[in-house]
Design a protein around this ligand. Structure first.
Ligand SMILES: NC(=O)c1ccc[n+]([C@@H]2O[C@H](COP(=O)([O-])OP(=O)(O)OC[C@H]3O[C@@H](n4cnc5c(N)ncnc54)[C@H](OP(=O)(O)O)[C@@H]3O)[C@@H](O)[C@H]2O)c1
Length: 248
């Protein structure tokens, strides 16, 4: 399916990096001229549309990655056709707010690790025609309802919070006199390892963590400190606040 992109900003550029990295030719992807569209066409050989209507006229799969408030206006009245798919990455924008009939609408929530082919992208509904695009940027987790999708998209914010934690750990390690580049790699790869153990082992998460937390041990002592400082509740509170805003 020919891909077009409306809204060529931070997210779309990371997705385009991943799509090209997976072997798709930039010349076959049509970009809207705003944002980074013109630069990417001139510097990297993507095709450039005159306007959004040309994207809808020429493409079967259209990625929408404008800021949420801009989304309804960006898709309205563009001449959508039967058989097309509008792939909306806009956080908190329900399908009902996007007037793209008779095109089908699929909501996705990728993260910028798309550029590495490592985005665990959420999707609703699961339309098979979009699968190869999502596989180019990583893996897909399909949800069974739009409500469940909305709740799960809080994970895209957790991605940023995890990066903030990694930075805290890396800065602390460097402050102990460790080379800053080594500290960054050490802490980042430790988080990657923690994620892989949870993602790839079948044992209950409590058992995996339990193996690290021997009574009186260092990991247990640190977890007790974090729990006493209210870290789990603060994390849950942040999730609740983001979801309330998404449902807003
Ligand atoms: N950033 C992330 O990591 C991330 C992750 C998941 C989902 N998202 C979602 O992705 C969307 C984009 O986020 P972003 O961070 O990439 O924003 P961004 O960097 O601000 O990019 C948005 C782009 O959309 C362009 N635009 C606005 N209205 C347009 C229109 N009518 N036609 C064509 N282009 C238009 C803007 O161009 P101008 O500069 O000319 O206004 C800008 O280049 C948001 O809805 C967000 O919820 C982002």
């Amino acid at each position: 399916m020919k891909l077009g992109v409306i809204g060529v900003g931070h997210l779309a550029v990371s997705m385009l990096d991943g799509i090209v990295r997976a072997g798709h030719a930039p010349s076959g992807i049509l970009l809207s001229p705003r944002g980074r569209g013109l630069d990417l066409a001139q510097e990297r050989g993507f095709a450039l549309a005159a306007d959004n209507a040309q994207i809808v006229a020429d493409c079967d799969l259209v990625l929408l990655a404008v800021r949420p408030n801009d989304a309804p206006d960006a898709v309205r009245g563009l001449g959508w056709r039967e058989g097309q798919i509008l792939l909306s990455a806009c956080a908190g924008v329900p399908i009902a707010a996007l007037g793209a009939a008779p095109a089908r609408i699929m909501r996705i929530m990728p993260i910028t690790a798309s550029k590495l082919g490592a985005s665990p992208t959420l999707a609703y509904p699961d339309l098979p025609e979009a699968r190869s695009l999502l596989e180019a940027i990583g893996s897909t987790i399909a949800l069974g309802s739009e409500d469940a999708f909305e709740a799960a998209t809080v994970s895209a914010a957790m991605y940023g919070w995890a990066q903030a934690l990694i930075r805290t750990g890396a800065d602390w390690t460097a402050a102990q006199g460790i080379d800053a580049a080594d500290a960054r790699q050490l802490v980042a790869r430790t988080f990657t390892a923690a994620g892989r153990m949870i993602a790839e082992e079948d044992a209950p998460m409590g058992d995996i963590l339990g193996q690290l937390c021997t009574p009186g041990g260092l990991t247990r002592q640190g977890l007790d400190h974090l729990e006493a400082e209210g870290v789990p509740e603060a994390w849950e509170g942040a999730c609740d606040a983001i979801l309330a805003r998404l449902r807003g």
